[in-house]
Design a protein around this ligand. Structure first.
Ligand code: SF4
Ligand code: SF4
Ligand code: SF4
Length: 261
């Protein structure tokens, strides 16, 4: 087991030891600093085991060129894995689990395994609730405009003016990238000033997002519940207005939440 894997296992053990109810408490101990540590980078879907991935990724950027959501970025000079290694920062932009996984198909080196170009093989990590008290739904609070506006910053398919004015035009012949990003923004617009169920309603797990996440009643409000089929794509992390969720890269449901049933 590599040093990286050991650290991750220790972290997961700690989370699992606290139990699901303790995950919120764990946020205080294992906050963004740990979850975003270099050794816990979230890799694109289809990524092989971390050691192999680091050996195989030739830093060509093909995966990010075909990603219609601009989800994949490349590590910079400060990245431990080497400049140009592909990763996803869910605080910036999650993966939207494209049906045909163009990123996987574009990878020429085997770092993203072509045999895993189907949702049933995708396993990027696991979502965890790290700050339950911040959840708007728990207090039946409406989604503020600022939360929706912030998402426009990631949508590079929009013009500068559209991003600034938060207005999107329908185009006669939009590129697939523009079409998908506009569609996502339109879905988000519906939540302005409404009760927040964004994480559960916009989870891209297909065909049935309710197998990955759902809202459950608690103390007169609601909170998200992470379920077995979560693949750790990070869309819920990106879209949550109040940073309630994080992803533990490569962790499994069992590692975080214990045995099923
Ligand atoms: S599945 Fe789609 S959204 Fe996710 S990284 Fe690949 S190309 Fe991007
Ligand atoms: S396409 Fe494959 S080899 Fe190229 S940067 Fe992406 S993961 Fe690495
Ligand atoms: S709950 Fe859904 S959106 Fe969140 S990481 Fe899991 S699969 Fe992705």
């Amino acid at each position: 087991m590599t040093k990286e894997e050991k650290k991750r296992r220790e972290f997961i053990k700690k989370m699992a030891g606290l139990g699901v109810l303790g995950l919120a408490a764990a946020a205080g101990i294992y906050s963004a600093r740990h979850l975003k540590a270099e050794e816990l980078k979230l890799r694109p879907p289809g990524a092989v085991e971390e050691d192999q991935f680091l050996a195989l990724c030739i830093k060509c950027g093909q995966c990010l060129q075909v990603c219609p959501y601009d989800s994949i970025i490349l590590e910079g000079l400060d990245g431990k894995a080497g400049v140009g290694t592909a990763y996803i920062d869910p605080d910036r932009r999650g993966c939207y689990l494209c049906k045909a996984f163009p990123c996987i198909l574009a990878c020429p080196s085997g770092a993203l395994d072509h045999e895993k170009d189907d949702i049933k093989y995708v396993h990027m990590g696991m979502a965890v609730i790290v700050n339950e008290k911040a959840c708007l739904a728990l207090y039946n609070k409406p989604v503020p405009d600022s939360a929706i506006d912030a998402i426009y910053e990631h949508s590079l398919a929009l013009s500068k003016e559209e991003r600034r004015e938060k207005k999107i035009k329908d185009e006669a012949n939009p590129s697939e990238k523009r079409e998908l990003q506009v569609e996502l923004l339109k879905k988000l617009e519906k939540f302005r000033g409404k009760d927040c169920t964004i994480c559960a309603d916009l989870c891209p797990y297909h065909p049935d997002p309710s197998l990955a996440i759902g809202m459950v009643a608690k103390n007169g409000g609601y909170i998200p519940e992470i379920r077995e089929k979560c693949v750790g794509c990070g869309a819920c992390v990106e879209l949550c207005p109040t940073d309630v969720l994080k992803i533990v890269p490569r962790a499994t449901y069992e590692e975080i939440y214990g045995k099923r049933g």
